[in-house]
Design a protein around this ligand. Structure first.
Ligand code: F6P
Length: 364
């Protein structure tokens, strides 16, 4: 009997369950493979008693439709930075990676499939360098991994943001208001850009194109002057004005190392008012709605392709690599290639040109 361990790490995203199901279903076509899931990423292995779940065809039946992950996830701590409380009550971190690898050997785990974003794949790379047979599967709603054309979860997040714009349009029109929608994406503007095009927004502000508040006001005023008293602004959580910095705060959650982004929609409304723009304005922060619920068909399919490929990489012994989509192929790339360069919106790229072509203003 050979054993594969699956872990889902980092923020959840629609399609994780479809990957898990695809690995299990593909493995069931081979002789003598058992798939187990570690609960809440690698925490399930590091905890005593160990928290794992046997993943068989019965336990994964129908889960491709469901959001979240049946084995749980976490974006805190991990094998290289396990939180420990110091004698003085403060929190520190210890490296438990060697211990975890030994435990996996003891458990008879032949290979690990780590489904996660850039943070998780950096951990995968380090575990691979320590000798673990590990394969990566990219996930994130942010679409900010450069090795793959798309990550699953992104299209669902864009769909949810687009539906939010569609709803905001009708109320903005009724009240003659400027409505600002803040979307996720960290330092990448992909969700904002795609949703702005799909939803027909007037202004789109993304981290890759720092904006000038006067230019944003000018665009909005020009619309007013044409007699249309409403507008939609989509702003990415990582966007910032020219010469400014993005809004973020350090989380006080133990083991959470990322900065928490957010608040730019509120700031934008405030700044527009302070330079004399007089329209009624309101902001909506879409937040975690973008990560919840059922994955759309595109993400279910991409996630299924990734899961099948990941198990086939186990059969081939292609460790130290991550699954990637390069249209029209599902390929694998070394971890370092996957994590070295983030995938940001190209301000000169075709997607920005398309947006400008339909009159979307970036406040440049
Ligand atoms: O990376 C995915 C993401 O949803 C980002 O878009 C967002 O900034 C972050 O995670 C939010 O993280 P958390 O769920 O920890 O608040």
């Amino acid at each position: 009997m050979k054993r594969v361990l699956i872990a889902t790490g980092g923020g959840d995203c629609p399609g994780l369950n479809a990957v898990i199901r695809a690995v299990v279903k593909r493995a069931a076509q081979e002789e003598d493979w058992e798939i187990i899931g570690s609960i809440q990423s690698f925490d399930g292995i590091l905890r005593e008693p160990t928290e794992i779940m046997v993943l068989d065809e019965h336990s994964v039946r129908g889960i491709h439709v469901d959001g979240g992950t049946i084995i749980g996830t976490t974006n805190k701590g991990g094998p290289f930075a396990w939180p420990v409380k110091n004698a003085d009550g403060t929190w520190g971190a210890v490296d438990r990676s060697d211990e975890m690898i030994r435990k996996l050997q003891y458990m008879g785990v032949d290979a690990v499939i780590s489904i996660g974003g850039d943070g998780s794949q950096k951990i995968s790379q380090k575990l691979f360098e320590k000798g673990l047979n590990i394969i990566g599967v990219p996930k994130t709603i942010d679409n900010d991994l450069s090795a793959t054309d798309f990550t699953f979860g992104f299209q669902t997040a864009v769909q949810i943001a687009t539906e939010a714009i569609d709803k905001l349009v009708t109320t903005a029109a009724s009240h003659n208001r400027v409505l600002v929608l803040e979307v996720m994406g960290r330092n990448a503007g992909w969700i904002a850009l795609h949703a702005a095009i799909a939803g027909g927004a007037e202004v789109c502000l993304i981290p890759e194109i720092p904006y000038d508040i006067e230019k944003v006001a000018k665009k909005l005023k020009s619309r007013y002057n044409k007699g249309k008293g409403n507008a939609i602004v989509v702003v990415a959580e990582g966007a910032a004005p020219k010469g400014g910095t993005l809004l973020s705060e350090k989380s006080d959650e133990v083991g959470y190392e990322n900065l928490r982004l957010g608040g730019i929609a509120h700031q934008l409304v405030h700044d527009l008012k302070s330079i004399g723009f007089e329209a009624d304005m309101r902001e909506t922060v879409l937040g975690h709605l973008q990560r919840g619920g059922s994955p759309m068909a595109y993400d279910r399919i991409l996630a299924t392709q990734f899961g099948v490929k990941a198990f086939e990489m186990v059969l081939e012994g292609k460790y130290g690599e991550m699954v990637a989509y390069r249209h029209p192929h599902i390929i694998s790339v070394p971890f370092h290639e996957a994590i070295d360069n983030p995938n940001f919106v190209d301000p000169e790229g075709d997607m920005v040109k398309t947006a400008k072509g339909v009159g979307i203003d970036f406040g440049e």
